[in-house]
Ligand binder design. Structure first.
Ligand code: HEM
Ligand code: SF4
Length: 570
């Protein structure tokens, strides 16, 4: 353990409020990359420097620079976009990106493959439809998520309003984004003029994620995030206040038991009028108490484990001036999406489409990107990206429902999927993510094909079972909250986790290490068979895995790594 601040802390401190030398680096034509310090800073502007890993070996052989490009993540609180905004993102994806759009597990859109010389044009185009990528990545509050459930219209309106208010309140104040990407005027008077009242010069020790949930749906996976609000809805459908959750987070590192995923704790109940004060207090306590020396120990979840929940709550109450009341009761039933049509209180329809792993593209005879563009051209309501990488065409008047359904159906966005596929998620991983140890998005559909065959043989095709895969233990698709979690270990090899709760309230636990495709199928098939035979009425696969003794129930914090009984493949 070192006593020195981490390198990123020094980069932030010296960056002059996130400017660094980005403006100069953009003009540098010799390379498609930017210097390493700026690559850290550009995350605060919603971008990651990446390279095409499929092309690495060939380019290394030819002594060429890596095939650098940028991933741009848009800031979309609650995942709500107008059709015009959808069309603008679709256009920049095709003109400047790799042609596809990626709906993410945190309700945003990622564009991949944007080369350095196209960054400004891309950001200017999305600025014209009032979108940006400010603080979509980096050590700062990122995109605020919100339940999509549009049929509960009043509660949803309150929730999205909260998400937007908190998102705006916690935006950075530095004009660096406008200056660098939109050629904004440099503010006269220099940095003295720039004040970051919440963050200060070095922002947060690590990323920070906030969500707003509306029971009975836990689609946002409230317990996976640093700070969450659970709406308490009265009999008339109005929100009376919020249970506050703190200290959730997914990332860990293989072989380092000091790192672990953690589900958030509920610290009490607050009124809507106090919610922003609470958010500011939680963020500033983490700003001051979080670990700035070791980035692997810097998330709020570790601050809470180290300092204690009561201590943390007391400091939040002191700083906010709000006394939290006792948490109120609520019930979550699932983390999944409700596919097909649902009707809102005002009679408008909402159509939830299945987008496999969130990748919007035209391939294999299914023109999904074209279909969604066509829908955007005729649709007057909105688009909502779900936390499960799917898409809701929301607020469709009766007169347009048949047409929109036809377009979606023809593009395979409404196909009758199995219960496993309906509940599947994968992170991006290869070829763009520099941290990936194994495939994820490109492999999960094939694994689900194989598992679907086994499930069909046991009569389980229609049963909802949550499966999530990531290419490394960072956990971008929240695999530790899946009934079947698969986490990349190396090329073609995965750790298998079992026993999470279907409603997202309990994590899974390591069941088997380092399995290949055949190993995963062989490990799961007997469990599927036993589940089909022995399950109790309504019993979920994750609960059954625990009751049957296949795996121990995961508690919180370091308990995630305890009681692991290694399954030995035959
Ligand atoms: C140490 C932890 C983490 C690191 C370093 C990290 C880094 C990254 C990187 C580099 C990407 C870009 C991949 C690409 O698009 O090519 C990415 C994507 C993403 N990450 Fe993370 N991540 C971490 C943890 C998480 C966690 C815990 C979550 C959510 C709870 C998350 C949410 C996302 C989302 C939503 C995306 C977009 C792609 C998708 O939908 O899978 N990340 N992350
Ligand atoms: S989980 Fe790992 S491999 Fe997947 S996108 Fe996140 S960082 Fe990349």
């Amino acid at each position: 353990m070192t006593d020195e601040l981490s390198r990123n802390e020094r980069i932030k401190e010296a960056s002059n409020y996130l400017r660094g030398t980005l403006a100069d680096g953009l003009r540098e034509e010799i390379t498609g990359a930017i210097i390493e310090d700026d690559a850290q800073l550009v995350k605060f502007h919603g971008m990651y420097l990446q390279d095409d890993r499929d092309l690495r070996p060939e380019r290394t052989r030819k002594k060429m620079e890596k095939a650098f490009s940028f991933m741009i993540r848009v800031r979309i609180p609650g995942g709500v976009l107008s059709p015009r905004q959808w069309l603008a993102l679709d256009e920049v994806a095709r003109v400047y990106g790799n042609g596809t759009m990626r709906l993410t597990t945190r309700q945003t859109v990622q564009l991949h493959g944007v080369i350095k010389s196209n960054l400004k044009a891309t950001l200017k185009t999305i600025d014209e439809v009032l979108l940006n990528s400010i603080a979509a990545c980096g050590d700062i509050n990122r995109n605020v998520m919100c339940n999509v459930l549009p049929e509960q219209s009043r509660a949803h309106a309150a929730a999205i309003d909260m998400a937007r208010t908190i998102s705006d309140d916690l935006l950075p104040h530095t004009p660096a984004y406008r200056e660098i990407w939109l050629d904004g005027e440099r503010i006269a008077g220099g940095e003295e003029e720039v004040v970051e009242p919440i963050y200060g010069k070095t922002y947060l020790p690590r990323k920070f994620k906030i969500v707003v949930a509306v029971p009975p749906s836990n689609d946002v996976d409230v317990f996976a995030h640093d700070l969450g609000y659970i709406a308490i809805v009265d009999g008339a459908g109005d929100v009376v206040g919020w249970n506050v959750t703190v200290g959730g987070g997914m990332g860990m590192t293989h072989g380092e038991p000091d790192t672990y995923p953690r589900t958030a704790d509920i610290i009490g109940f607050c009124q809507t009028t106090d919610a922003v004060k609470i958010a500011e207090a939680v963020v500033t306590v983490q700003r001051d108490w979080g670990d700035r020396k070791n980035r692997k120990h810097a998330r709020l979840k570790y601050t809470i484990e180290d300092r204690g929940l009561d201590n943390f709550r007391a400091e939040v109450e002191k700083r906010s001036g709000v006394k939290l009341a006792r948490a109120k009761s609520y019930t979550f039933t699932s983390t999944g999406d409700r596919y097909g049509w649902t009707e809102g209180a005002d009679g408008r329809g909402h159509l939830t489409l299945f987008v496999q792993n969130g990748r919007v593209h035209d391939v294999d005879g299914a023109s999904q990107q074209t279909a969604l563009r066509t829908i955007a051209q005729v649709h007057y309501g909105d688009f909502r990206i779900t936390p499960n990488q799917n898409l809701v065409i929301a607020n469709v008047p009766t007169s347009q429902q048949a047409e929109i359904e036809r377009i979606a159906r023809e593009a395979g966005l409404l196909a009758p999927w199995s219960g496993l596929r309906r509940n599947s998620m994968a992170c991006v991983a290869l070829p763009t993510c520099g941290l990936a140890l194994a495939e994820s998005e490109r492999y999960l559909p094939e694994l689900v094909d194989a598992l679907d065959q086994k499930l069909a043989a046991h009569g389980l095709s229609a049963d909802d079972i949550v499966i999530r895969m990531t290419g490394c233990p960072n956990g971008c698709a929240r695999p530790y909250l899946a009934e079947i979690g698969l986490v990349g270990k190396g090329p073609g090899r995965y750790n298998l986790y079992l026993g999470a709760a279907f409603d997202g309230s309990r994590m899974n636990k390591l069941y088997a290490e380092d399995l290949d495709h055949a190993g995963i199928v062989a490990a799961l098939d007997p469990l599927f068979a036993a589940y089909a035979k022995e399950r109790q009425k309504g019993e979920r696969f994750g609960d059954y895995a625990i009751r049957s003794g296949a795996i121990a129930a995961s508690g919180n914090g370091t308990d995630f790594h305890a009681n692991v009984r290694a399954y030995k493949p035959k």
